[in-house]
Ligand binder design. Structure first.
Ligand code: GMT
Length: 383
């Protein structure tokens, strides 16, 4: 199959999943063109049958805003035409589903066969951005106009139907990861650097893009309460708008010496392999790829019971989920895990086994291939 994949290149789950899908599809023999404004975070050169197609958005003094939608539409038209794409797969609806819609119209109007379009909904494109009154009509229309729609969790499927009134069938295909890459590989030097036994008992980790939806201040608050009982250390991985506020919170709580802000990290495995606990108290999380990565590395996760997290984490079996406002409950789960090595190992092992059973590349990517086949066989969505 000839497949175009559109995604954001910034650090974020949708770009990670789209890039990993592009690599996996190319390895499985498809010709894949990844369309993005920059090389994505997880891009690896030298994968046969995988090419990168850059979206160039020229600046013009008259415009205050770059015209990304137009530039992306044009790139999709150019790539579809040149490579005769069968499928154009847009990751994150805003505005990628709209660009896909426009591009297929342009091709059709010129008598060319457009690719079938698939839109994968990732979360904030529905729950936060897509349902914003400034965007909602265009985004709902563009999603409905796709030939195929997938969502990364049952919860996101429900949210899409409720908040955007989308009536079309939505296929749930969960996120995935490379289970060979994501396994616990202890790095003794890193663990000692983070936590040497005389003044540190355990390592707590959080990974995110430090946006308000991640509630990094709650991560620090849970850690502050843990510190009242345990000589733990917190490693904050990632960067984003709330970083400075949370650094201030850490300083005001007198925790500077025991909290490391290590920025964005390309290879999370050594960090996760040095961790005893992962905290993800997000306000919303359609799936929680960061939790999945931790679980694959045998790190027990304590998270909020929102969105797709209870689908990914089986409460009490492969991790713990508590109501979003239940900071006491999350702290208590965290302390139980940190003070009971057997519990921690049991939950970590169950988490890793569950990820291996349900979320490895070889389980999920064939679901996308089968869906593309279904969409190619079906009629085009009337436009
Ligand atoms: O979480 C973000 O702010 C970024 C966003 C993205 O586009 O990368 O994440 C969403 O998509 C991920 C991949 O499908 C999911 O794992 C995240 O749960 C989801 N984030 C939210 O729903 C807040």
């Amino acid at each position: 199959m000839r497949i175009g994949i559109v995604c954001y290149a910034t650090v974020g789950g949708s770009g990670v999943v789209a890039t990993e899908l592009a690599h996996a599809l190319a390895r499985r023999g498809h010709d894949v063109h990844l369309i993005s404004a920059e090389l994505p975070f997880r891009w690896r050169w030298a994968t046969p049958r995988l090419t990168f197609e850059r979206v160039e958005t020229p600046q013009y003094p008259l415009f205050r805003e770059p015209q990304y939608l137009l530039a992306l539409t044009n790139t999709i038209v150019r790539v579809s035409r040149r490579h005769r794409l069968d499928v154009l797969h847009a990751h994150y609806a805003v505005p990628h589903a709209t660009a896909a819609y426009l591009a297929t119209h342009i091709l059709t109007s010129e008598g060319e066969r457009p690719p079938k379009t698939v839109t994968t909904l990732h979360g904030t494109d529905i729950t936060l951005v897509g349902s914003d009154p400034s965007y909602v009509d265009t985004i709902a229309f563009s999603i409905e106009a796709s030939d195929g729609i997938t969502a990364v969790s049952e919860s996101l499927k429900r949210d899409t139907i409720t908040s955007l009134a989308v009536r079309r069938d939505i296929r749930v295909i969960p996120n995935f990861l490379d289970c060979d890459e994501y396994s616990r590989r202890p790095d003794a030097a890193l663990r000692t650097r983070l936590c040497s036994m005389d003044h540190c008992e355990s390592v707590v980790v959080h990974v995110s893009n430090f946006r308000p939806v991640k509630r990094v201040s709650v991560v620090v608050e849970i850690f502050r309460r843990i510190r009242e009982r345990q000589r733990a250390r917190l490693v904050m991985i990632g960067d984003g708008p709330d970083r400075f506020a949370v650094e201030r919170q850490v300083a005001e709580a007198g925790l500077t010496e025991v909290v490391d802000f290590v920025g964005e990290q390309h290879d999370l495995v050594p960090w996760l392999s040095s961790a005893d606990l992962f905290l993800l108290p997000s306000a919303q999380e359609s799936f929680g790829l960061a939790a999945l990565e931790a679980m694959a590395c045998r790190v027990p996760v304590v998270a909020s019971r929102v969105g797709g997290l209870p689908e990914v984490i089986r409460d009490g079996v492969t991790g713990f989920v508590r109501d979003v406002d239940d900071v006491d409950g999350m702290t208590s789960c965290a302390l139980d895990l940190l003070s009971d090595r057997a519990l921690r190992e049991r939950i970590g092992a169950a988490a890793s086994a569950d990820v291996r059973e349900r979320y490895c590349t070889d389980t999920i990517v064939p679901q996308y291939e089968a869906y593309y086949e279904d969409v190619l066989r079906g009629p085009s969505t009337p436009r």
